[in-house]
Design a protein around this ligand. Structure first.
Ligand code: SAM
Ligand code: SF4
Length: 505
């Protein structure tokens, strides 16, 4: 691998020209109604104050609607957010898990983030990559370095899904992102019994124009993820200086509308909890999900719930403006599972292993593991050790194998399935299939096939001992529940066990 080049502090402190080039006013205005975006702060506050706490009969009516896999109204979401009674919270958690089982069965999908560039023109007050942070040593990976990262991620731990993460900077625009996706997809490494490659890349990057989004779509993007950070307009303005690109709330809040218009129908929303009242943020997420359903007929594929963690150079990150306890975290995840039943729910390794394990009980569907958040940290030991030069600090240091074994001990199968978007099962197609349970059939089968691959290629003898019973019980369930489909599944399964790779339905 080439020696990693470090670059000088972020060169673009003043970037007015760049901002003018990036933000297309007409690609904001067309999505506004009478000049306003769809987040009405006063209306969210009103819904929250109108919701009566612990109205058991109303809560149970709402839970019945969630169980029917219907997206909740903001007023219904507010009622669930105001529950304080431990018994009612317990009922909500039980229904949240039942919905997760109904829509996503007993699977967890795993991935790992790949930080590709820490150069950023923005000055978000909570982020270690802020252009104001002189302590940050900036890096942007070359295409060879990106390939080395991909090889380390899929060859060492067996990851099949990557979340590629980029700061916002002229050097990491849409063309660069597209090239980096192609570089990752081009890597293939030999394994114990077969070969490994990254099969799905999700992207977490700044909002783009429709043209930019088409460029990255052409390179084969999985989910396009942008977090609003905070839906409250005044908090947003305090966190993101006005003269930065990110300071434009309208450009960010309309980015998923542009994604749909660019042909990307698989999008991920999120907020950064800890910047303002967490209940307001959950209401914002649900309102955004409903707005996308209205606009495009499809809700978000995923919702993410990052919480503010200590980051170098950021005072705010050390003293959260709106503290958000572990119990609040669980409550928020539970309500999101109930309010947007079809969305995948992601809780990252920012959180501790204990809290993430609790979140599994209330319906999360995706977790990262063997996570490294330094730019180039998978392939370079030097970067891996520079934890003070990363975006923030991690809470869960489990390796992928450790996470998989912890899940298997609880009877949960880890899925490496990436078939959905490669078979065109995205957007409304996947959302309808999830609602009716049809997608579950493919997901269950592909989970078994990809887990067989992972066990044969990467598992230690101890992990095999822990995980094999879960795999065999899933295979038996397929035989019992889908007897006509089972022979084709078994034929694929046997071919994988013999060393063939990447077979899916
Ligand atoms: N630059 C792009 C953007 O801002 O959308 C994408 C990359 S940014 C590194 C990805 C996410 O990291 C942000 O959307 C934010 O939610 C999260 N983040 C930033 N600072 C954080 C902190 N101190 N703790 C936890 N998450 C943080
Ligand atoms: Fe840049 Fe994103 Fe960090 Fe803001 S959150 S400073 S835009 S990398």
């Amino acid at each position: 691998m080439p020696v990693m080049q470090e670059t000088a502090p972020c060169p673009t402190r003043r970037h007015d020209d760049y901002r003018e080039r990036v933000i297309r006013r007409d690609e904001i205005d067309r999505y506004l109604s009478a000049g306003r975006d769809f987040i009405d702060d006063d209306s969210i506050e009103r819904e929250l104050s109108a919701a009566k706490a612990d109205d058991a009969a109303r809560v149970r009516d709402i839970l019945a609607k969630s169980l029917a896999v219907e997206t909740l109204e903001p007023a219904e979401t507010a009622v669930l957010l105001q529950v304080t009674d431990p018994g009612l919270r317990g009922e909500m958690e039980a229904v949240a898990l039942a919905i997760k089982r109904k829509v996503y069965d007993n699977r967890i999908v795993t991935f790992a983030p790949m930080y590709i560039s820490s150069h950023c023109v923005n000055r978000c007050r909570y982020c270690g990559f802020s252009a104001d942070n002189d302590q940050q040593r900036r890096r942007i990976l070359t295409m060879d370095e990106i390939k080395a990262e991909a090889a380390a991620m899929c060859g060492r731990d067996g990851h099949k899904r990557v979340m590629a993460v980029y700061g916002e900077h002229p050097t990491s625009g849409a063309e660069f992102i597209a090239d980096s996706l192609r570089a990752i997809y081009s890597v293939e490494v030999p394994t114990r019994r077969g070969k490994a490659n990254v099969r799905r890349i999700n992207v977490n990057a700044a909002p783009m124009s429709i043209g930019g989004l088409k460029t990255i779509q052409a390179a084969g993007i999985g989910t396009f993820q942008v977090f609003q950070e905070t839906y409250r307009h005044d908090t947003y303005a305090r966190m993101h200086p006005r003269d930065t690109i990110k300071g434009d709330y309208g450009w960010r809040i309309t980015c998923m509308h542009r994604a749909f218009d660019a042909g990307i129908d698989d999008v991920g929303l999120g907020v950064l909890f800890g910047l303002t009242d967490w209940k307001f943020e959950v209401m914002g997420l649900v309102t955004h999900a409903r707005e996308l359903e209205r606009y495009a007929g499809i809700g978000p594929h995923t919702l993410s719930v990052p919480r503010l963690h200590a980051a170098s150079g950021s005072e705010i990150s050390r003293q959260s403006p709106s503290p958000f306890s572990d119990d609040n975290f669980l409550h928020a995840v539970t309500v999101l599972r109930l309010a947007v039943p079809c969305a995948g729910l992601i809780v990252t390794a920012r959180e501790t292993a204990a809290l993430r394990d609790r979140c599994v009980d209330v319906g999360i569907t995706q977790m990262d593991a063997s996570t490294r958040i330094g730019v180039g940290a998978y392939a370079s030991r030097q970067v891996e050790q520079e934890i003070d030069k990363q975006q923030f600090l991690l809470g869960d240091g489990r390796t992928l194998e450790e996470l998989i074994c912890d899940l298997a001990r609880r009877g949960i199968i880890t899925s490496f399935c990436t078939a959905g978007y490669r078979c065109g099962r995205t957007g409304s197609c996947i959302m309808d299939a999830l609602k009716t349970g049809k997608e579950g059939k493919f997901c269950k089968v592909n989970a078994v096939l990809t887990f067989r691959e992972w066990l044969d290629d990467f598992a230690s003898p101890e992990a095999l001992r822990i995980c094999e019973p879960v795999l065999q019980s899933e295979l038996a369930a397929i035989q019992a529940q889908m007897p006509r489909f089972y022979p084709s599944v078994k034929e694929h399964y046997d071919r994988i066990a013999a060393g063939e790779r990447d077979l899916f339905f």
